[in-house]
Design a protein around this ligand. Structure first.
Ligand code: UDX
Length: 446
């Protein structure tokens, strides 16, 4: 099939590339000419394992092309996927200006029967709004004869795992009131639904809400466990044992129950706030989700609080140096949006400390996020970050941090303290090396 994907950010590039791998003839359309020029040479604006080689391969075989011109992109396609950004506006709501611009751009150039598929995460009612914008553009061009359908098809990709998630989805949500459009969507996704039908067909509004509900549910589980980890710490209990104890109940399940330094990324924080804000405008008090956001903001300060309390009896944090392992909001991505590491670094610097940071992938994005400062030294290895440091904070659970040399860590750190924001280590190993060890809710505090 002939497909155009509008917006070459994270979702658009992954979807466009995977759709071309599935045999479709795909054009990725983005107004950023520099980005398009680089993509033509298979230089990607984001890091995602396996994406660069797939892009290069699909470009080589001619099933993936890039353009910055609406007329070319829209004329090419029978199906137009919209994957533009929906950033957070000042009031917490989703900012739909890119969606509106994309709908108008498509409407201005639509010449044949098409399906407009919304992949971006958008508030309930957006498919309806897109339909009205496109109808308006067609009417002003006196082309109301051009038939089109708007379908909501949210994505559930995880960064770092996006290709696998696209190719082996748990479910494919299709929100549409048009039977002919559903049939075409079924054909597009047929290669991913071979053994059993993964398509869940519903109204566009239900599909839009399903996306928010998924992320909000997962975020709720994490905040719930983070809150309980504080309880466990205060009352004397081990949150990891509690996690196993509840996770084995099949009604609860094992996933997304890990207490840690707080969730980050481009989805959970933004989507939880957008749903709270959308509820407010409908007169619904989304008190559970508002609390999920509040608990997460508190959780992002937990490592700092532990570090500050440790150093309180050691002359305070002024003039101290803290090594940080992991800057990205999770492993295998260069994304530092809403990352707990940034919240920690800001607090450490305000308390007069310096930072030596290492991340295998995300140093360049962290540098941009933090702006120029002499107080943060970016290092090129985990052990280099320890040189001259007083303590170590582990913020992102990269595989290379899992089994470090604890004797070497102890020899490097002046105050011999490790703050583990992901419960990666066993206390006995660190204490055997002469290290002070602080984790999240595994019974330290009592
Ligand atoms: C998420 C959803 O999983 C995905 O379906 C959606 O399309 C986009 O948002 P992503 O943001 O890439 O994906 O990351 P994810 O792996 O879900 O992790 C989100 C955050 O939660 C990370 O900061 C992670 O460290 C944290 N987390 C996750 C926990 O703190 N505990 C857990 O048990 C799981």
């Amino acid at each position: 099939m002939r497909i155009t994907v509008l917006g070459s950010g994270y979702v658009g590039l992954v979807a466009g590339t995977c759709l071309s791998v599935l045999g479709n003839d795909v054009i990725c359309l983005d107004l950023d000419e520099l980005k398009i020029e680089k993509l033509r040479q298979a230089v990607l604006p984001i890091y995602e394992p396996g994406l660069d080689s797939n892009v290069a391969e699909m470009v080589k075989v001619g099933r993936l092309r890039f353009t910055s011109k609406y007329e070319e992109g829209v004329a090419h396609a029978d199906i137009i996927f919209v994957a533009v950004g929906t950033p957070q506006a000042k009031n917490g709501a989703a900012d739909l200006s890119f969606i509106r611009a994309a709908a108008a751009g498509v409407g201005r150039h639509l010449v044949k029967k098409s399906i407009i598929v919304i992949k971006s995460t958008v508030p309930v009612g957006t498919a309806h709004m897109v339909k009205e914008i496109v109808e308006g553009e067609l009417a002003s061009r006196q082309r109301t004869d051009v038939q089109f359908a708007v379908v909501s098809n949210p994505e559930f990709l995880r960064e770092g795992n996006a290709i696998q998630d696209f190719m082996r989805p748990d479910r494919i949500v299709i929100g549409s009131d048009d039977a002919w459009a559903v049939e075409i969507m079924r054909r597009i996704y047929a290669p991913l639904s071979r053994n059993h039908d993964k398509l869940l067909v519903m109204s566009p509004r239900s599909a839009e809400l399903t996306k928010y509900a998924s992320n909000a549910m997962l975020a709720t589980r994490i905040s719930f466990m983070n809150e309980l980890s504080r309880f466990a710490e205060a009352a004397g209990g081990n949150i990891e044992d509690v996690r196993r104890g509840i996770g084995e109940d099949s009604r609860i399940g094992r996933h997304f129950l890990y207490a840690g330094a707080g969730y980050g990324g481009s989805c959970f924080p933004k989507d939880v706030r957008a749903l709270v804000s959308a509820g407010r405008s409908l007169g619904i008090d989304m008190s559970i989700l508002a609390a999920v956001d509040t608990v997460n903001n508190q959780q992002k300060t937990i490592l700092f609080e532990k570090i500050a309390s440790f150093f309180a009896s050691r002359g305070g944090l002024k003039g101290k140096t803290i090594a940080i392992w992991g800057l990205a909001f999770k492993p295998d991505t260069d994304d530092v949006r809403e990352a707990p590491s940034l919240a920690l670094i800001e607090r450490l610097l305000s308390a007069g400390a310096q930072v030596r940071a290492y991340d295998p992938i995300a140093v360049h994005t962290a540098k941009t996020a933090l702006g120029s400062t002499d107080l943060v030294t970016f290092c090129s290895s985990a052990y280099e970050a320890l040189a001259g440091a007083d303590a170590l904070a582990l913020v992102t659970e990269y595989r290379e941090f899992r089994t470090p040399d604890f004797d070497r860590i102890a020899a490097s750190l002046t105050e011999k303290a490790v703050f583990d924001g992901r419960n990666l280590y066993a206390r006995a190993d660190l204490e055997a090396a002469g290290l002070h060890y602080f984790d999240i809710g595994r019974g330290n505090g009592v």
